[in-house]
Design a protein around this ligand. Structure first.
Ligand code: MGD
Ligand code: MGD
Ligand code: MO
Length: 813
């Protein structure tokens, strides 16, 4: 963990030589699919599936790669795990008295009903609630990662139905970048986190120093929102081989830092203190006169106010390296060295998002942009900042060719489509991570990004395609609030904790049981992949699309035809494909006719675009900031924002500011540890927790907790022990991994283990991280999720043996 000046300079010196630029893994235009396999896709890539006797027996990735993706082999478990939901089910007391709030969600047994009865029951209760309380009372925000595909989009399909029914309450933002996506438009005029980055060929050619600021691409690039093109990791592999200086700033020696091994410098700050670390670097730049005054003058506004704060003109606290050391735990010497290295080399500051999934998360990326502005390399070839290299293969050059559209959350224009449906979009929205606050505070006003908003009075919740019991913070608080509505419906493939806490549960197909299409690489659009049905729907599972089409018919006769626009599954897919083909033709890229394509069982790789292979983010702005202004009020990078100043938020001041979190190293008692809830290597959040894959990480049949040897010794725990981790919000059992790969004072439990609360003790037997996390907004600017701001205690578990039931269907199922 120690970083010596010598080892640092040694690597820093060896970066001068430019390296050969190669594309990632070259693939033929038509990748071959071995005979006898079915080609489909998941978030974790294009997948070849082998089917025997109507069952999936194996699955593997269809694209060439040098780094294995553990998620790709999970096909058999996904389709055939015993925790599949087999039939429509209704909670026993709910069936006896529909709509009655009885506090029994999660404790009741379930009763099997027919699809007909389930849909009638839903339709009746939905209509009653809608008529009584209005569309605002129906929460269909339904956040989540569902499965890949442009047709079988659970949340969109739910909202499409709800819009025909007359509107609903939706959500804004996401859990991923809740803080960054709201602050960055104020700072650089774009959300930034979901934009194409300066492309990898430019990085590999021009950058001398690459900083991985709180990012773990070895894990997070296993997936992409559409489906991964798998090129990002190939580029990281090339970065590793390049001999460039790589500096990784992370409280944990992540899989990525291990991957770089000797070729990266690891710096481990306390969780939630990166702003202080960055300020220590920024202060050093000013002291050493290394900041780029010409850049600041020409391209930014409000630097003077920030500098005054940085130097401590008013609060008499200079935010220098010594000050930063006390907060972030990184030695001042290293901080000043970082300043020197960043300023004297072409430096790309890449950052992940875990750093902003914290209280005051807005400050992180704002301060990173500020630091990059002071270095003056934004818009240069290989310098500046980039906030999506760890996600969806940002930086893989965008291809030319066809791009798929997708089914939309509203039906085709009602009157023009010759029907008389009065449709409505969301009539209200809540910031996605404030769902529990909303349930607890109906009618209460709150601030959001400079506006006053009012929490709706939610009486009905429908979740389709999201793992909200796993993804939301402070599970026990969620469970209490979850009892309030009059109806909870869950559409799911598996008996998740959310399904177990529902009134009505609908069994949904996995993507192996239906036909769909997807692109790969959210920025590259590298491939178009047929997602071909491999097996029959299991038990009584149905497609979300068909379920909502039937429910639309129950709203009013003729509803189904309006919902489906008269097209069946293949009709929709042909239409999406034909539109992509037309777009491709306009770019002089040929795609075969749909029937030929579908028959072929092969993916299409789109054409490389030489111009896109030299893309540099913010190059236009750098060339001519007057002709190419940013979308901010000043057209420049806003280091001090008059807009945000006008909001007057104490928790989000007008320029990047160090704010002490409620729970952090600085106020931890001697026996408290900071909790890190990073994203898991062998899951996508909660997805696949039930699979065989779990044995790759589970310890003592629990989710692992990573702890430093010093902290383990103090608590007399050792590798493989079962421990109780707790705070006043909840308690979990976890299996110990003792490692020097985590900073002392910090433990990590990866997010995504299914909550499995023991009814007598309340202990989560599966190590669900969110049982322990704090459910507070990042600030009233963004209201993002603050999952990485929690303190916990840890001890060897001495209680009675508790059997894991996370993956056991509930009573009656
Ligand atoms: N402590 C902590 N908590 C976190 C985070 C963190 O860093 N720390 N990260 C947060 C982030 S960034 C995110 S994005 C969220 C992720 O939270 P989610 O996106 O909710 O997580 P998933 O586990 O992907 O949930 C998807 C669910 O959809 C179901 N599903 C799959 N396909 C279909 C389908 O076709 N139809 C239907 N109806 N259902 C389907 C799956 O079985 C699964 O239960 O978690 C957040 N929570
Ligand atoms: N395999 C896999 N891939 C995924 C996902 C998954 O669940 N599994 N989830 C996907 C989704 S929805 C998202 S949003 C992205 C998430 O992408 P990220 O948000 O970037 O992922 P995290 O693992 O939360 O954080 C990345 C790194 O930041 C570090 N970190 C956390 N807190 C701090 C801090 O205070 N300071 C510093 N310096 N570092 C810190 C963590 O230790 C971790 O190594 O990943 C996506 N990719
Ligand atoms: Mo996310």
């Amino acid at each position: 963990m120690t970083l010596t000046r010598r080892s640092f300079l040694k690597t820093a010196g060896s970066t001068a030589g430019a390296m050969m630029v190669t594309s990632a893994v070259p693939l033929p235009a038509w990748a071959e699919t071995p005979a006898g396999t079915v080609l489909t896709a998941a978030r974790w890539g294009a997948i070849e599936v082998v089917v025997k006797d109507g069952k999936i027996v194996s699955s593997k990735g269809a694209l060439a790669k040098t780094i294995e993706n553990s998620l790709q082999s999970s096909g058999p478990d996904q389709a055939h795990t015993p925790c599949r939901i087999k039939y429509p089910m209704v909670r026993k007391s709910y069936l006896a008295a529909p709509g009655k709030v009885d506090g029994k969600r999660g404790k009741d047994e379930f009763v099997r009903v027919s699809w007909d009865d389930a849909l009638k029951l839903i339709n009746g209760q939905h209509s009653r609630i809608r008529t009584t309380y209005g569309p605002e009372s129906i929460f269909a925000g339904s956040y989540g990662w569902r499965s890949s595909g442009v047709l079988h989009k659970a949340q969109t399909l739910l909202q499409r139905y709800m819009s025909m029914a007359g509107g609903y309450c939706g959500h804004t933002g996401d859990y991923s970048t809740g803080a960054a996506q709201v602050i960055l438009p104020h700072v650089v005029g774009s959300v930034e986190v979901y934009e194409q980055q300066t492309v990898w060929p430019m990085i590999l050619k021009n950058s001398q120093v690459v900083v991985l600021w709180g990012m773990n691409p070895l894990n997070t690039l296993k997936i992409a929102w559409s489906s991964t093109d798998e090129q990002g990791l190939e580029y990281f592999n090339q970065l590793k081989a390049s001999g460039k200086t790589v500096i990784a700033i992370d409280p944990m020696r992540s899989e990525t830092i291990d991957f770089f091994g000797e070729k990266a410098q690891w710096i481990a700050p306390n969780i939630g203190t990166d702003v202080a670390l960055m300020m220590g670097i920024a202060h050093t730049l000013v002291e050493a006169n290394l900041h780029d005054k010409a850049f600041i003058e020409k391209y930014t506004t409000g630097y003077a106010e920030f500098e005054s704060y940085l130097l401590g003109n008013e609060d008499k606290t200079p935010k220098n390296a010594a000050w930063a050391e006390k907060i972030c735990g990184v030695p001042a010497k290293q901080i000043t060295l970082l300043a020197e290295i960043f300023a004297k080399n072409k430096t790309m500051l890449m950052a992940g998002w875990g750093i902003q999934r914290q209280q005051y998360g807005e400050q992180r990326h704002w301060m990173l942009v500020t630091l990059a502005a002071m270095l003056g390399q934004i818009g240069s070839e290989g310098g500046g900042f980039g906030f999506s290299y760890h996600y969806s293969n940002g930086g893989n050059p965008t291809r030319s060719g066809g791009v798929l559209t997708a089914i939309s959350a509203t039906v085709a224009g009602s009157s023009s489509a010759g029907n008389d449906w009065a449709t409505s979009d969301a009539v209200a929205n809540i910031p996605v991570a404030r769902i529990v606050e909303a349930l607890e505070n109906p009618g209460v006003k709150y601030q959001h990004n400079g506006k006053e908003q009012t929490f709706p009075d939610i009486k009905m919740i429908w979740w389709a395609g999201g793992g909200n019991f796993t993804h939301h913070q402070d599970t026990n608080r969620l469970i209490a609030a979850w009892q309030k509505p009059e109806l909870v419906v869950i559409s799911e493939c598996y008996w998740t904790a959310a399904a177990k806490h529902a009134d009505i549960v609908l069994p949904i197909t996995t993507s192996f049981e239906r036909n769909d299409l997807t692109m790969t690489g959210d920025y590259s659009n590298q491939h178009l992949v047929p997602m071909k049905q491999a097996i029959e729907p299991q038990f009584e599972a149905r497609n979300d699309f068909d379920v909502f089409a039937d429910l639309a018919e129950l709203l009013k006769p003729g509803g189904k035809a309006v919902y489906t626009e008269g097209k069946d599954e293949m009709g929709w897919l042909r239409e999406f494909y034909d539109a992509a083909q037309k777009g491709a033709r306009a770019q002089r890229v040929n795609m075969p006719q749909f029937s030929v394509f579908w028959q072929a069982n092969k993916l299409i790789e789109m054409k490389r675009n030489p111009k896109n292979e030299t893309y540099v983010r913010y190059a236009d702005f750098r060339n001519d900031p007057v002709m190419n202004p940013l979308g901010t009020p000043s057209g420049k990078i806003e280091i001090h924002s008059k807009t945000i100043e006008g909001f007057g938020y104490k928790d989000c001041p007008a320029h990047p500011t160090w704010l002490e979190p409620d729970e952090w190293a600085g106020n931890a008692q001697a026996d408290q540890l900071q909790l890190l809830t990073a994203h898991p290597a062998h899951r996508l959040h909660s997805q696949l927790n039930y699979a065989e894959l779990r044995t790759k990480c589970a310890v003592a049949n629990r989710e692992p907790v990573y702890i430093h040897p010093d902290d383990a010794t103090k608590r007399a725990v050792k590798n493989g022990d079962t421990v109780r981790v707790w705070n006043d919000r909840g308690q979990v059992l976890a299996g110990v991994v003792v490692t020097d790969g985590i900073k002392p004072g910090i433990v990590c439990i990866h997010e995504g283990a299914w909550p499995d609360l023991d009814p007598t003790t309340g202990i989560c037997k599966n190590g669900g991280a969110n049982v322990l996390t704090k459910d507070i907004p990042t600030s009233r600017l963004a209201n993002g999720c603050s999952a990485n701001t929690s303190l916990v205690k840890l001890e060897k578990y001495a209680g009675p043996e508790l059997t894991l039931t996370a993956f056991t269907p509930p009573l009656g199922a």
